[in-house]
Design a protein around this ligand. Structure first.
Ligand code: AMP
Length: 281
């Protein structure tokens, strides 16, 4: 696996490959890799001539200084994992390389960032869109792979790609989970064993929506889930929404949409976890 840390090096290397028509599958990450990330690499490997991944902890998408400071970093192990999966290129830029000048682009995502993560993490998706667009301009991927784990992010990137007319196909990938149902996340390594066990309440809540969706109203289900979280002393619920899969508009009654996804965010101590589950599609 080749490792590049400057834009000019990676572009020099890739431009020849692009000229001869090689397809590029791209997996952007913030590192501290786990099986969820590797599943994206495997999909990219299966569908493209060249697989490029990036590791960049993007400061402008963090809205809390502590969260950025504590974000897990594990580059040496990450490199080994990527090369084992036959990733061809790792792009590992510094903050100065990505942002030599102050950044001031502002994106308009319509209502897509007015709910859930966008509402609770102001500026987060603007920071995500800026870095993803820059990475796309550098790597020029044929396809880019994103996990459904960050469902709202995927919808917003899809929107950004469409409105900016970028020639890249966005490929959504399934959520990879621990044995107890907890969605894999780099942040899980900040949890104690007890917290990790307790954190399965997020997935249990999402499954409960699926089971109850045919019988109970959305407000009844929400009440039940809020009650379940109130009883758990380890975890506090930040939001729980059932939204339309395409517009992300929160649903009040089931009849409002035929495409519903339940999304949840909760804090286990200082660690923030998100998850989701498709209810109807
Ligand atoms: P991150 O390093 O957290 O920015 O994630 C990089 C990519 O991996 C994003 O597209 C995530 O949605 C995806 N990802 C993270 N966790 C999982 C998971 N458990 N299953 C599938 N994809 C994931």
């Amino acid at each position: 696996m080749k490792v590049f840390s400057t834009i000019s090096e990676i572009q020099d290397y890739l431009s020849d490959k692009i000229k001869i028509g090689k397809s590029i599958g791209f997996v952007p990450t913030m590192g501290a890799l786990h099986e969820g990330h590797l599943s994206l690499i495997r999909e990219a490997r299966a569908e493209n001539d060249i697989v490029v991944s990036s590791i960049f902890v993007n400061p402008i998408q963090f809205n809390k200084a502590d969260d950025l400071k504590n974000y897990p970093r594990n580059t040496e192990e990450d490199k080994q994992m990527l090369s084992k999966e036959k990733c061809n290129i790792l792009f590992l830029p510094s903050v100065e390389e990505m942002y030599p000048e102050p950044v001031n682009e502002q994106y308009d995502f319509g209502n897509l960032d007015k709910v859930m993560e966008g509402l609770h993490r102001p500026g987060h998706f603007n920071g995500v869109a800026i870095v993803v667009k820059r990475l796309f301009e550098i790597v020029k991927p044929t396809r880019a792979y994103f996990g459904m784990k960050d469902y709202q992010q995927m919808v917003i990137i899809h929107h950004m790609v469409k409105t900016s007319n970028l020639p890249v196909e966005i490929v959504p990938c399934s959520i990879i989970r621990e044995d107890n149902g907890l969605a894999m996340s780099s942040r899980n390594r900040l949890l104690s064993e007890t917290e990790k066990m307790q954190a399965s309440i997020l997935y249990d809540a999402l499954k409960l929506v699926k089971t109850r969706s045919g019988y109970d109203s959305i407000s009844e289900i929400k009440r039940e889930i809020e009650y379940q979280f109130k009883k758990n002393k380890y975890i506090s619920l930040e939001y729980f929404e059932i939204v339309d899969m395409y517009t992300l508009k929160p649903l009040k009654i089931w009849a409002e949409s035929r495409y519903a996804i339940a999304c949840i965010a909760a804090n286990v101590g200082k660690v923030r976890l998100i998850d989701n589950y498709i209810i109807f599609s």
